[in-house]
Design a protein around this ligand. Structure first.
Ligand SMILES: N[C@@H](CCC(=O)N[C@@H](CS)C(=O)NCC(=O)O)C(=O)O
Length: 246
């Protein structure tokens, strides 16, 4: 049985939930409370040295990083396949995962924190808050985190996040035009679509999506279908409205 470590509102874990759902797989779930610093518990850090979720446990195998976890799940349960069957197709898929991991994840976090989670951080004790800032090992990540907490939507990282989304949606319109759709890589739904879906859903929830998609008909069409996908609806909708707590 697979075990998945997650946290409330963890957007990167939603990719993994969607992948498990697409494959119709059972799993156990362990919830880490990020607001009481459980991610820095020495026992958890042994599993995930960065102190982040998700982490997947499959027997003796411990797998961090949501993108790698999704590919691992596809490898061990290849049907229905969520990965293209040509080397070039897989490279294209990974380019999308890379873009999400390198810019869209941070951008979404900056937008969510400055607009939504900041309020929750204000409810922590000063000691908890300082511990949270201190424990973020990566200095760039800590600077982003502190800036969105202190400056909210005026943080320079928020401007950068908006620009990164703008750039990504332009590339998405182009990719859908070239692939002919309906999915990012063409006719088959893949991890490229899954990797992006929770992030687009989050910016839609923050009422920002139209900003970028108004003039992009192919992105609009893609989003209509991506959102209607049963794995996306069951995983994301309930979590955003709070019906599914984790
Ligand atoms: N690149 C990692 C990012 C993991 C990550 O940062 N996860 C967030 C939740 S979505 C987290 O655990 N944050 C810990 C914290 O906020 O202290 C992945 O995709 O798995």
């Amino acid at each position: 049985m697979l075990t998945l470590y997650t946290a409330r509102n963890s957007i990167c874990t939603q990719k993994v939930f969607m992948t498990l759902d697409e494959k119709n797989l059972d799993y156990d779930m362990k919830v880490i409370n990020l607001f009481t610093n459980e991610q820095y518990d020495p026992e958890y850090v042994k599993l995930n040295p960065k102190g982040v979720v998700p982490t997947l446990i499959d027997g003796d195998n411990v797998i961090p990083e949501s993108t790698l976890i999704c590919e691992y799940i596809d490898d061990i349960h290849p049907e229905p396949s969520l990965v293209p069957n040509t080397p070039f197709g897989r490279t294209q898929m990974r380019l999308w995962s890379k873009q999400v991991d390198e810019t869209i994840f941070e951008a979404t976090r900056e937008l969510s924190f400055s607009a939504q989670f900041r309020e929750k951080m204000k409810g922590m004790t000063e000691e908890q808050r300082q511990a949270r800032f201190k424990n973020v090992g990566d200095p760039d990540r800590r600077a982003r985190f502190m800036s969105t907490y202190k400056e909210g939507v005026d943080s320079p990282y928020v401007f950068q996040a908006i620009a990164n989304f703008e750039k990504m949606f332009k590339l998405l319109e182009k990719a859908l035009t070239e692939s002919g759709g309906p999915w990012i890589l063409g006719r088959s739904y893949s991890l490229a679509d899954i990797n992006l879906t929770p992030y687009v859903w989050r910016v839609e929830y923050l009422t920002l999506l139209d900003l970028w998609t108004e003039d992009k008909p192919r992105v609009q069409e893609w989003w209509k279908q991506a959102k209607a996908r049963p794995s996306a609806k069951s995983v994301i909708e309930g979590r955003l409205t709070g019906l599914v707590p984790y």
